[in-house]
Structure formats: structure tokens, C-alpha cells
Design a protein around this ligand. Sequence first.
Ligand SMILES: [Fe+2]
Length: 127
Amino acid sequence: MAEKMGIYKCEICGNVVGVLEAHEGELVCCEKPMVLQEEKTAAQEGKEKHVPVIEKTDSGVKVTVGSVNHPMEDKHYIVIIQLMKGDKMLTCKKLFPGDEPVAEFNVEYSDDLVAREYCNLHGLWKS
Ligand SMILES: [Fe+2]
């Protein structure tokens, strides 16, 4: 069974998918089960910074990946930033090489907001 809001990767071709609704079926790509990406946190942080930082702004919320801006190069970049509350995704921003690793959302700030981001090389991270 797929995990709601799970992000899965094919370890053969590199396809990455996000689950919006979870049901019984297994996610398969290149004839192999896709792999659920673990949400990494500050505990797994190395010298390169991936953990999203949430700030309250006048108009809502700003999320920056990480405490030092993550690279946004053709071969290594942040693919998406998601803003979550519990297991609900409130909103998200798709990013591309050359963008800033930043997303501003017109969402009321609260202490229980969680940000996630997916790096094309280093996987899924959450605040
Ligand atoms: Fe990275």
C-alpha cells in the first residue's frame, strides 16, 4: 500500500512520484517496487544544508532551503518545497535550476507548520 503524501523513487530510472491519495496498490516502475523516501531531518544533516527553515512574514510564510542556500544547478537542485500541517499538504512550489531555493506562501503562520523539500541528489528533508 502506498503511503499518503509519500514520495517514491525508482532506483533504476530515477522517476520520482508523490502520492496524493493512498490505496492498496504497490507503486512499480521499471518492473521493480518504487522506494519510499525517508524524511531526513537535522539529525542527518551533513555539511551541505538541506533542512527547510520556516519564517513568519507579513503576508504569510517563507521557506528557505537550508540555513545556507542550497545549490540550484542543472545537476543538483531542489525540486519542490511543500508546506504541510500534519499529514495535509497545504501548498507547494515547484523549483527549477537557477531559481532561488525559497518559497513564499500566503498561509497563516502557526507553530505546527512543517516544510518538506526534495533534493534531486540527496532526497527528502523536513523541518
Ligand atoms: Fe542536495
